[in-house]
Design a protein around this ligand. Structure first.
Ligand SMILES: Nc1ncnc2c1ncn2[C@@H]1O[C@H](COP(=O)(O)OP(=O)(O)OP(=O)(O)O)[C@@H](O)[C@H]1O
Length: 592
């Protein structure tokens, strides 16, 4: 057994003993801890008083046991105040971002610069002394540290793909916080709370020693130390029991807190990137002499012949960096369009713009981004309602299925959320919701969706958490979640990259089958021309933020018109000299 774990176990035992004494103390104390016998003052340890008496003749053992209760209550009070206040502030500013975050953080940092005990003494001067008031002061002092931690964790958690996934289905800020962010930051916050508890117990003792905390005759370890100090020459032993109890308890709390921190190391504790609401799509500030784009923006296309997604002049910037420069992308009804290009070419930026998921520092503008397949929607300059409607028609499958699912919720629970949100949206829009799937009980709908993505024993799968399923299963679940919205456009961002080769081909077959059966359009983001050739009807090739070539996949592979496309095609591995292994969707081999 390692020394570390022995210490941790001993610490847990100490904390258990203190907690037990705090609960059962009033029933087991041999004497009333507040009543003294002056005739027996300052007696040493003996049969009648195992740990002796203080200068007023009060039994030290009884006061020590009662002190455990006071210290525990003090620690709990201060910790609860710090966690509720600090956690609330931190999560709120982490979620809101912007100027609220900047202003509140400056205040929090300013207060954090004052040592907790000094702040507590200042607050006690204003609020008055006493255990509860001093612990309120201590709780407020520690709330600042908790607020900073909660903010950092919230910012990190908001960057997770499963939060993006929840936002895609229309989860608002409060729901994101309650259902997704707070459960996932609870563990590190809990660890921090143990350390706050340890500090609070120490500060309570210090304040009581100074006469600002627990008031005599009530016992607390700080008050006991203060009493012992009065007779330190006559009975020096009196300082040992409360001092030892305090040191052991605080040490145990710190060791347990550290052990919990070590167990959690490796989780995203520090990712303080800025995060705000999706930026939406603005109108392009000035139109280039691009007659196609201008014409497309101005005209009202015939819905029957218009593409499902018709995007013109899409520009995405990150600060001053232009990631996508006036890209044109169209996806037809039931068509699979692959966006291909090397890493950093801007594929994901375009896809996230169409999913309405770009967040600061990104900004996006376009001449037009129009979605048909029903009443046409325009994303450029859209209001919140239109953007919500847009998102309800667009399903998104992310690259890392395991990261895109909430690790703490079962598969069924996450699917249920999407189904319920979708039904609510359909009802609020008063749209056609009387479809067979809309009438079906949610559990049946979950089973049907899981079955449709090829998962056997769907009821069992629904009860599993993401950590209990393979990457391939997780990607099927992600696709089922996207299907739950009955999307007309599916955006699949590198859906097979994180999977092994056999699973990749199963997912490609699944997407192809679903696309045929359900007739939605697919925008497939991939750096792999091989994947594109297996799945796509058309390909759009991107290079450094520009669309350099587009057309039917077979034509582009067989007769690339841009040198970069030629290089991409020749980079795909061949299985025979002189023959490419690329296959057109119709199954013909294409010689590159
Ligand atoms: N959040 C961000 N902040 C700043 N720059 C970004 C951000 N996201 C992307 N970029 C930049 O935008 C450009 C395009 O990135 P994008 O992720 O869209 O490319 P990609 O073709 O999808 O690449 P990959 O396949 O590696 O994801 C890159 O130069 C990238 O560094």
């Amino acid at each position: 057994m390692r020394g570390g774990s022995v210490l941790v176990k001993m610490s847990w035992v100490i904390l258990f003993v203190v907690a037990t004494l705090a609960v059962i103390g009033p029933w087991i104390v041999p004497y009333d801890p507040t009543v003294g016998d002056l005739g027996a003052a300052l007696t040493g340890p003996g049969r009648a008083h195992w740990l002796g008496t203080d200068y007023l003749g009060r039994d030290t053992l009884s006061r020590l046991i009662d002190g455990a209760r006071v210290s525990t209550i003090a620690g709990l009070q201060a910790t609860a105040i710090a966690v509720v206040l600090g956690g609330g502030i931190g999560m709120a500013i982490g979620l809101l971002g912007g100027w609220v975050d900047r202003i509140v953080m400056r205040i929090v940092e300013g207060i954090s610069a004052i040592p907790a005990i000094v702040l507590a003494i200042a607050l006690i001067a204003a609020l008055g002394s006493g255990l509860s008031r001093s612990m309120l002061a201590v709780g407020i002092a520690f709330a600042m540290g908790i607020a900073r931690l909660a903010r950092g964790l919230t910012l990190a958690e908001r960057e997770r793909l499963y939060v993006d996934g929840a936002r895609v289905i229309g989860a608002g800020r409060f729901r994101l916080l309650r259902r997704h962010i707070s459960p996932n930051i609870a563990a590190p916050m809990g660890v921090e709370a143990t350390l706050v508890f340890a500090h609070a117990v120490t500060i309570e003792a210090a304040l009581s020693f100074l006469g600002l905390g627990t008031q005599p005759p009530a016992a607390s370890w700080g008050v006991m130390l203060s009493s012992a100090q009065r007779a330190i020459r006559e009975a020096p032993f009196q300082a040992i029991p409360p001092g030892l109890a305090l040191v052991l308890t605080v040490l145990a709390l710190n060791i347990v807190g550290d052990a919990l921190v070590r167990r959690r190391r490796g989780t995203a504790l520090d990712n303080p990137t800025g995060y705000l609401e999706p930026v939406g799509m603005q109108a392009a500030p000035s139109h280039h002499a691009d007659t196609d784009s201008v014409a497309a923006a101005g005209s009202e296309p015939d819905p029957a012949s218009a593409p499902l997604l018709d995007a013109r002049g899409v520009t995405v910037r990150y600060g001053d960096t232009v990631a996508v420069d006036r890209a044109d992308v169209t996806v037809g009804h039931g068509e699979v369009v692959a966006l291909v290009g090397e890493s950093g070419s801007g594929k994901t930026s375009v896809a996230m713009a169409f999913a309405d998921l770009l967040t600061p520092p990104a900004s996006a503008n376009a001449d037009q981004v129009r979605l048909g397949g029903g009443e046409p929607l325009e994303l450029v300059g859209a209001d919140r309602k239109t953007r919500a409607a847009w998102r309800s028609r667009v399903g998104v499958v992310f690259q890392e299925p395991s990261a895109a699912l909430n690790p703490l919720q079962t598969v069924g629970r996450q699917l249920r959320d999407v189904i319920v949100a979708q039904r609510r949206l359909a009802t609020s829009r008063d749209t056609e919701s009387d479809t067979p799937s809309a009438r079906r009980p949610v559990t049946e709908e979950i089973s049907s969706l899981l079955t449709s993505v090829g998962l056997r024993r769907p009821d069992e799968v629904a009860r599993l958490r993401p950590g209990q399923i393979s990457g391939g299963m997780a990607q099927r679940v992600m696709i089922a979640m996207a299907l739950a919205k009955s999307p007309i456009l599916l955006i699949a961002d590198e859906p097979t990259t994180a999977l092994d080769v056999t699973v990749q081909s199963e997912i490609i077959k699944l997407l192809r089958r679903l696309c045929h059966e359900r007739e939605f359009g697919v925008l497939l983001v991939t750096h792999d021309l091989g994947v594109a050739s297996e799945l796509a009807d058309r390909v759009v090739v991107m290079l450094r933020g520009n669309v350099v070539e587009s057309g039917p996949i077979g034509t582009v592979i067989a007769h690339p018109s841009h040198a970069y496309t030629t290089a991409l095609v020749s980079a795909v591995p061949r299985n025979e000299p002189g023959r490419a292994i690329l296959e057109s969707p119709q199954g013909q081999e294409v010689v590159a």
